[in-house]
Structure formats: C-alpha cells, structure tokens
Write a protein that binds this ligand. Sequence first.
Ligand code: SAH
Ligand code: SF4
Ligand code: F3S
Length: 437
Amino acid sequence: MQKYFNIVTYGCQMNVHESEKIAGLLDELGYAYCDDMFKADIVVFNTCCIRENAENHAFGNIGMLKKLKAERRDMIIAVGGCLTQQMGKAENLHDKFPYVDIIFGTHNLYKLKDYILEKQKKSKPVIRIEEDGGFICEGEKPLRTSYPNAWVNITYGCNNFCSYCIVPYVRGRERSRKSENIITEVKQLVSEGYKEITLLGQNVNSYGNGTDEISFPRLLEKIAQIDGKFRLRFMTSHPKDFSEGLARVMRDNPKICRCLHLPVQSGSDSILKAMNRKYTSADYLKKIEILKKYIPDCAVTTDLIVGFPGETEDDFRATLDLVKKVNYSSAFTFVYSKREGTVAARMDNQIPEEVSKRRIMTLVELVNSLTREHSAKYFGKEVEILCEGYDEKKGMYLGRDEFGRMGYFESSTDVKGQFINLKVQKANGVSLIGRRV
Ligand code: SAH
Ligand code: SF4
Ligand code: F3S
C-alpha cells in the first residue's frame, strides 16, 4: 500500500531547500507526497528558531498532532531543523511532546532515512543531535518544489556571530561547497529546464574564504557563463564582504539579476557596533554608492531590526534616515527577539515591547511608502516576468521581474516557467498588474 509524507517548513529559503532534500530522502524510502498532514504516514517538521514566534509556531503545530498520533500509533512524527539544534532543545521537545518519534538536527539531516528505519524497529523515540563536524553532504537528490526556480547551496553555516543571531550556533561554522560541484549542479538544473537559479548561503559573498576556492564574484561569473536562458540570483550578502568586484560582475553578466538583498539591520553606528555587524552606516552607504555606480537601476532590498537592546529614539531615527537615503525597493522588518545563548540576550538594556511595536509600525509605514513609489514608476512600462504559477484567488498568473517585483496577468494557457512580457497597467502597492504583449 502506498505510504505518504508531509513536511511542514518554517524559516528561510535554506530550510525550504532542506525540506526538498528531506522529500528526496522520503521518496527514496517509497513515500509519496501528500498535502494533508493529517492523512500522512510520516510528518516532518523542519523548524526555525530565528525569532521567538517562529519557535512558538512550530511548538503549536506539533502539539496539534497529539490527538491524531494517539489514534494512529503507527504514524511517524519527526522534528528537525534549527530549533532542535539549540542547546538542550531536543530534550525539552521530548519532555513536552513524548509522542514525537524522531528528533534530528541540522548537521545530520542526511541520516533521516536511517533514523526512520531505526524507529520502525523500536518503540522508543530516536533522538539524534550531532555537533558541527565541518561536513558537507554532496550527491543529495532533492525533490524540488519551486520550479521554475531552483535553490542551490553554495555555503553552509556562518562565522559572523552578529550579537542578536542564533544562526551560527545552530548551523555551525561556514563551509563552502566545491565550485565544481556547484557548477555541475547548476548545469544539470538548466538542462532540466529550470529558469532561475538562486544561490544560497548565510553570507554568500564570503564564499571560499579560508579555502583555495575561487571568490564569490568569480563563481557567479562562471555560473553566468553556462549556456541557456536563465536568471541568476543569490542570497544573502553581508555588507562587510560586498566588493566592487561583485558589482562589476553583476553589471557585466546579464543573467545576474539587477537586485541585491543587502541586510543593514540598523542605521545607527552604536547599534551596528553592539550588533557586531563590522560596518558603520557610512561604510554601508559607500557600498550602495559603488553598486549604483556600476548598476544605477539596481533594486536594493534589506532586513531591519528595531528594538535591539539599548536602541534610543535617536538610534531609531538614524535607521529611518538610512532607509530613506538608500531608497530601498522593499525591506523585511523585524522586532528584535531575544535568543538564549546569544551575546545580545545578556545585554541588560532590553527595550520594552510597546516601544518596539511603535517603532516597527513607523518603519513599516516608511518602507511601504517607498515600495509604493517604486511600483508607481512601473506604470505604462514593459517588463519581463518569469511566470511562477497561478494565483487561484486573483484568477491570474504571477511571476517576478528581474528586480524582484511581482507581476500578475491573465493568460488562457498555462505559462508557468515561461518568460512573459507585460505592459504594466496598474501598480498596486507591492505588485503590478499587466497585459501580455
Ligand atoms: N544570513 C542572513 C540572514 C539571517 S536571518 C543575513 O545575515 O542577512 C534573516 C534576518 O532575520 C536577519 O537579517 C535579521 O534581520 C533577522 N534576525 C536575525 N536574528 C534576529 C533576532 N534575534 N531578532 C529579530 N530579527 C532577527
Ligand atoms: Fe546571523 Fe549575522 Fe550570520 Fe546573518 S551574518 S546568519 S544575521 S550571524
Ligand atoms: Fe530560521 Fe534556521 Fe533559517 S533559524 S531563518 S531556518 S537558518
């Protein structure tokens, strides 16, 4: 009888891609995908712990399966990802949810198949968390779910230790894949018909550091030289490692999208220092100036945190000023969330929730107004969209232009995976509506 799996994914693109790898492993075991976790024979939670609400979300959903598990004892529940990798969290999870069958971490995801086979032979839960062994798993066969885009890891882990961030503790030290393996993977994906390749790493532009590998700009250049029509994207870049060489390679290779996600986090120098970001607001603005010198119309997006310990009204105003100066085309905004084990969690000047809430509302308003202004400039223009799928609610196809702006349009045929030219008829806040030309 056919058995089914379901995966619930939280967190960043790294996790989205890792869920594709988990799906690949389950496929090898003979399970087929099913979109209803209540009908699945195995449910995997791929968790995130970047902020407290990401954790609460996962805990809530795992709790929801308690009743079902009591009725269907042969069903397997597995929990992996960043949350379980935190110190003491696997035990904590086991105490809270003793019916969870398998708990695994970020460093041993590729062993999940063994854990499932082990669990099928015994009643006790299989709890396996490994320390960072500097290992890179190659030869995985992900079941990709994001066509026409394909995610490709280039680095794992992070060495930056921004003082607020849990990632280095749960993902380990930075490791770079061999460039030949990356290039082989991208060639294969392009030959299979993928139209967009997104390179993934916590800090892609430090790719190759500490090894004899080529630099990140050189890697991009080599990938952009692969034959075929496809778009090349990458995330995330750390401002301290953004170089003029990267801007030049972006300008000279049309396959590389003219957009850069460059998280700034704050516009205040004292907060940036306390965050251990290793640049000042002036350094950051200088990098933007270099980028714009090479690619004047490059879209720039960012991540921002408000309410970092000790953030004053002046610090916050500095963030608002920087956001206006850079004129971001969009931004992700977050309220600082205290993460146990990080340096910032030990700082004593934590900001009251109501202050952070007020600040985030002001910031979101500013970011939205900039996004609307950017969208308005599209009115009447022609853009090339890579169609990503169909939006049932809107009854329209959708896709992004190279700058990352979402465009909607009508089509009588399924054009997913095709490049479509649109004449923009409406610029609706964050998204565009157009007619095929
Ligand atoms: N490696 C990437 C992404 C890190 S996580 C980078 O360095 O940009 C994505 C974003 O989450 C970060 O850029 C930051 O803005 C936010 N973030 C990380 N830790 C956080 C915390 N403790 N509280 C609130 N936001 C946080
Ligand atoms: Fe976290 Fe900083 Fe590393 Fe990004 S660069 S993952 S914010 S420690
Ligand atoms: Fe979350 Fe881990 Fe990504 S903490 S944001 S899933 S690296």
